[in-house]
Design a protein around this ligand. Structure first.
Ligand code: NAP
Length: 371
């Protein structure tokens, strides 16, 4: 073989090897991405799978190959069920605030990440630290700003964090909304202490994060559910006490009894109209209520009497900043905490995830795998 042919052969092998090591993503001009599209009856959106050009990162952006996403009923389903049209129309928008993946390409000037880093998006890409701002709120992923339900996403390097090594992509994808919300409610605003009684309402995403966080902190979480099977699982996860709120409409009395009438120091209030006033009855003096959710609608009447009586602290929580996310990650790493995942659906099943969240039976988080 001539030297020229040998050199040519080596060059071909080198090019093929480089192409293989760069991964399949480098070869594809298009990617799969879900988008909101107006439903035929115009009353809401449906979620449709599209083939779109593969995005590339501009300066200070990174390209992330998404491995897993997770759905939030109160947010993602609410987006889908909005009426299309008018200001804030979501047509063409990418659903899901939460997603985790691997950095596969860097724009110029990126300093926070390198190719191969495992990252997860923050809920509000422009809320880095300090108090929440209007700009931060407007940047929330999965609504008007692009979401994570896609094979690849371009993101400002400031809008991502790495996550603890012991977590899988599926687990990391559950952190941005439910995890951060539960963490700020309990630790940033609630200043949870070892031994505190904590009330967690139902066994959805926020409450199960509250459960595993409270257990790790050595607190005494009391969790309610409409299902004895879920309460049994909650006990296995370390719940101090459990109450079936469907079987016992006066569940707040049972919760208080479990504290020996001392009352709970912390409430993650996710139920809204059906739970707010009852939750206050469980509260200890100087207790803290993190006002988070409206699963049964807004509690329009604020029960000021019981709030005064308990000397309660009330914080309205709206997820958290990147700094909050990083503080939570440190806690998760220190205690090797694993999120509670009910099930993992495949990418093609993403529309079914909306139905499951809206009407299904689950405990903890529902994940949609992308890779
Ligand atoms: N403010 C924020 O930053 C923020 C962040 C995240 C979520 N949220 C809101 O917080 C709420 C919870 O979110 P999530 O993602 O944890 O919800 P989720 O996962 O959809 O929670 C569903 C579970 O909540 C329980 N539940 C429903 N109605 C209840 C009631 N009346 N009393 C007690 N439990 C009830 C049920 O548990 P069982 O099946 O065990 O009965 C149900 O399975 C939602 O309203 C959401 O929009 C707010």
């Amino acid at each position: 073989m001539s030297i020229r042919r040998l050199a040519l052969g080596l060059a071909v092998v080198t090019v093929l090897t480089l192409a293989a090591s760069a991964g399949a993503f480098a070869q594809t001009a298009t990617i799969r991405q879900y988008q909101f599209a107006p439903r035929a009856d115009g009353a809401a959106y449906e979620v449709v799978l599209k083939q779109v050009p593969r995005p590339s990162p501009a300066a200070h952006e990174v390209l992330v190959r998404i491995h897993a996403t997770s759905i939030n009923g109160g947010y993602d389903v609410e987006m889908r069920d909005r009426k299309p049209g008018g200001p804030g129309d979501l047509t063409g928008g990418v659903p899901f605030a939460d997603g985790a993946g691997e950095v596969v390409a860097l724009g110029t000037g990126v300093t926070r990440f390198k190719v191969g880093d495992r990252v997860v998006g923050i809920f509000m890409p422009r809320w880095i630290d300090g108090d929440r701002t209007t700009e931060g709120l407007a940047s929330s992923r999965g609504g008007n700003a692009g979401g994570m339900l896609a094979e690849f996403v371009v993101a400002d390097e400031q809008s991502l964090v790495t996550f603890p090594k012991h977590l899988s992509y599926e687990e990391a994808a559950t952190l941005p909304t439910s995890g951060v919300t539960a963490w700020v409610g309990l630790f940033k605003y609630g200043r949870l202490k070892t031994g505190d009684y904590v009330l967690l309402e139902g066994t959805g995403g926020v409450s199960t994060f509250g459960l595993v966080f409270a257990v790790a902190a050595g607190a005494r979480p009391i969790i309610t559910s409409s299902s004895d099977a879920k309460l049994e699982r909650a006990r296995k996860l370390g719940a101090f006490g459990t109450v079936n709120y469907r079987a016992d409409p006066d569940w707040q009395k049972a919760v208080r009894a479990l504290t020996g009438d001392a009352g709970v120091k912390q409430v993650l209030e996710v139920g809204g109209r059906a739970t707010f006033a009852k939750a206050l009855e469980t509260l200890a003096f100087d207790g803290h209520v993190a006002m988070i959710g409206t699963l049964s609608g807004f509690a329009e009447q604020l029960p000021t009497g019981p709030l005064f009586q308990a000397g309660a602290h009330l914080t309205a929580v709206y997820v958290g900043s990147r700094a909050d996310f990083e503080a939570m990650n440190a806690f998760i790493a220190q205690h090797e905490i694993h999120p509670v995942i009910d099930r993992v659906l495949e990418f093609e099943q993403a529309p079914a995830a909306f139905e499951l969240m809206a009407h299904g039976d689950y405990m903890g988080k529902i994940v949609v795998r992308v890779r």
